[in-house]
Design a protein around this ligand. Structure first.
Ligand code: MSP
Length: 665
């Protein structure tokens, strides 16, 4: 059996700050790593940021900063967020770091030397949101819309290096057949297998039309496809000292936790790259589901994200981050989609944490100041200890299978059994009549609680430490080679002092609960659509992170009718449209607004509309805006109006055919 464990999260794009969805994977990875350490494994936990590619270059352009500056700023937000959620990664990798770039280039060269990279021409469709190539069949029609981002995929036509992915079709199918644990859960494996069986085409792995990426060795006109670069982080972060050997090459359990949207990259491309380079493969790609909020995937695109730190800090309890960790892992079965809601959090807080776990401690500690001596056992103790032992095995098996939800469910059966034991053993009665029996009851409960504190630690590390303090136990200090799992409730030395403290999970006032519900209410989808003017500058900076980032900007201060009358809105017809070189968000339009000559309008709508889609459209034009110079001769003489909708922009068009130049009132 492997004694080393290497767990990774996806590296996060830096066009967004951490939200509950990204926190979910990181919390799960931290939990598994803590579990393995308790089991005596030498463990490594890696996370980081994915900083290259067109998506990031565009995000930087929109903010008017360099990609480097954006990456440095946002990666710092990620790095400093994780400890606030109790996550302790051993390393944080940034793909813009030299230590990463040199490994990616070496990997490229190795694959090229093996003959699996060749130069060709790519022509096809690309979704910048996914940084992925699509076929027309995979996109929603009409309009070639990405199924995830609901935006038109862009046509890419350029010289490109290709990876001979087709050569690996059979090898990949053998891998899934011989190592079913390579893709988990099984449902995802079936999807991946079906995708590979349907035939693999060679993969375009370089681009020439933007610069923000790792240069291809020997041909700096090309930068590498961002997924080639990004996937390599799992390997590049281990370079140096003995880590590559210990955690990648030797017998080590190597698990990549990923969301279900990025399984293909991890379970098809990544093993194929590694096979081509003659390197070892990870043991498991585990795909979890999406966290939804009022039924919608939580995402920046849908503007319904929740800041995990704001949420954890808003809970009026000393262990907000642990509570959040518990609820995310307990309420949403790991591997499935699941909805996050404040109601669910509050009810788990009250029932599972306050009434079950907290209460068990409060029903034990008031009866003793030190560990009492044991007396003769009764059937009640036998039954409880038997449950504990069986369930301790079940908790471990669940963690071993990367199933934290099942682990917590099993752990809570121990807590329930112990509470039932208190009901039946009635220490309050024994206190009056039988001190020896009281000692036995309390000693039994202390052992069970000691075991619970260990099994809880992977998910709720701070609560586990606080419990142990009250139970008079030392902090957990895992060491390599020593298995601390409480397969039998750990015995205690008579006379050891206990340290009853404040309740771990104080009840929230009803008014507090209501405030939390209101503060973290999911945004209403229909209300999220407000008209926006889509001149280039209007599509600029993303909203600053808020607890519910979907909050719309408040209505601006009232203006007089005279102010409104100054605005000249006209119907226009788009005569021609083309993309603006090196400004991926912009379309350069000629719009007929009923004047002698069509106007030139530069509109920031390229992420939502292709040039072909806008030509011929009737649009609403703000016609008397002062001309705006975007440099290099690009002067815009007006602005289009569009609604800001989930997934992009929707141009405002008149409901009936209106002549170009018709006034809009
Ligand atoms: N940069 C790539 C990953 C490269 S790994 C070599 C990427 N980044 S991401 O920031 O868009 O997403 C990172 C992870 O967060 C993905 O696994 C994605 O599934 C996950 N999640 C994003 N939103 C999520 C939810 N609402 N729920 C659960 N996970 C979510 O993809």
């Amino acid at each position: 059996m492997a004694t080393r464990f290497y767990v990774t999260t996806p590296i996060y794009y830096i066009n967004d700050v951490p939200h509950l969805g990204s926190a979910y994977t990181t919390i799960a990875a931290d939990t598994l790593c803590r579990y393995k350490r308790l089991r005596g494994f030498e463990a490594r936990f890696l996370t980081g940021t994915d900083e290259h590619g067109l998506k990031i270059q565009r995000a930087a352009e929109e903010r008017g900063v360099s990609p480097e500056a954006l990456a440095t700023e946002v990666s710092e937000v990620f790095r400093s967020t994780w400890p606030k959620l109790g996550c302790e990664p051993d390393d944080f990798i940034r793909t813009s770091e030299p230590r990463h770039k040199s490994v990616v280039q070496a990997l490229w060269s190795r694959i090229a030397e093996a003959g699996d990279i060749y130069l060709g021409h790519y022509e096809g469709l690309y979704c910048v949101g996914c940084e992925a190539y699509y076929t027309e069949k995979e996109l929603e029609q009409p309009g070639n819309l990405c199924p995830l981002h609901k935006r038109a995929a862009e046509t890419v036509k350029e010289e490109s290096y290709f990876f001979r992915l087709s050569k690996y079709q059979d090898k990949l199918l053998d891998l899934y057949a011989n190592h079913p644990e390579f893709v988990l859960p099984a449902g995802r494996r079936n999807e991946v297998r079906a995708f590979v069986q349907s035939g693999l085409e060679d993969l375009s792995i370089s681009r020439t039309t933007f610069r923000w990426g790792v240069p291809v060795p020997g041909d700096p006109r090309h930068v590498m496809y961002v997924w080639f670069d990004a996937l390599t982080n799992y390997f590049s972060a281990l370079q140096g000292a003995q880590d590559t050997a210990l955690f990648w090459e030797f017998d080590s359990e190597k698990v990549h936790l990923v969301g279900k949207d990025i399984v293909r990259f991890h379970a098809v491309y990544w093993p194929a790259f590694l096979m081509a380079a003659g390197l070892d493969l990870p043991s498991t790609i585990f795909a979890h589901g999406f966290l939804t909020y009022a039924g919608q995937k939580m995402s920046k695109t849908l503007r319904n994200t929740v800041s995990p730190v704001a949420l954890a800090e808003a809970l009026p309890c000393a262990f907000g981050a642990d509570v959040l960790r518990y609820v995310l892992l307990r309420s949403i079965s790991f591997g499935q989609d699941g909805d996050f809601s404040m109601d669910e959090l509050l009810s788990r807080y009250t029932a599972d944490l306050g009434n079950a776990l907290g209460n068990l401690l409060n029903r034990t500690l008031p009866f003793a100041e030190t560990v009492p001596a044991k007396a003769a056992t009764t059937a009640l103790e036998d039954e409880l200890l038997c449950t504990c032992m069986r369930r301790a095995n079940a908790v471990a098996e669940a963690f071993d299978a990367y199933a934290p939800t099942a682990a917590l469910t099993a752990l809570w059966t121990v807590i329930q059994a112990a509470n039932l034991y208190v009901d039946k053993a009635a220490p309050w009665a024994a206190k009056k009549s039988d001190p020896a029996r009281l000692g036995m009851i309390v000693a039994t409960l202390l052992e069970v609680l000691g075991g619970v504190s260990v099994m809880l630690a992977p998910v709720m590390p701070k609560v586990a430490e606080a419990m142990r303090l009250q139970l008079g136990l030392p902090p957990l200090a895992p060491s390599v080679g020593s298995d601390m799992w409480p397969f039998a409730p750990p015995s205690r030395t008579v006379g050891e002092p206990l340290a009853r403290g404040l309740p771990l999970f104080p009840r929230f006032e009803k008014s507090t609960e209501q405030e939390l519900r209101e503060r973290f209410a999911p945004p209403k989808a229909e209300a999220a659509s407000v008209p926006v003017a889509v001149e280039a500058a209007a599509v600029a900076a993303p909203a600053a992170p808020t607890e519910v980032a979907a909050e719309k900007s408040p209505v601006r201060p009232t203006i007089s009718y005279d102010d409104f009358a100054k605005i000249d809105l006209r119907v226009g017809v788009v005569i021609s449209a083309e993309r603006v070189k090196k400004k991926d968000r912009l379309l350069d339009l000629r719009v007929d607004v009923g004047e002698a000559e069509p106007r030139r309008i530069i509109a920031g709508i390229a992420a939502s509309y292709s040039p072909e889609q806008v030509v011929g459209k009737r649009v609403a034009v703000l016609a008397n805006l002062a001309p705006r110079d975007f440099g290099k001769g690009l002067v815009s003489q007006g602005m289009l109006l569009a609604a800001d909708i989930p997934g992009g922009l929707a141009l405002m068009t008149p409901e009936r055919d209106a002549e170009p130049g018709s006034e809009i009132r």
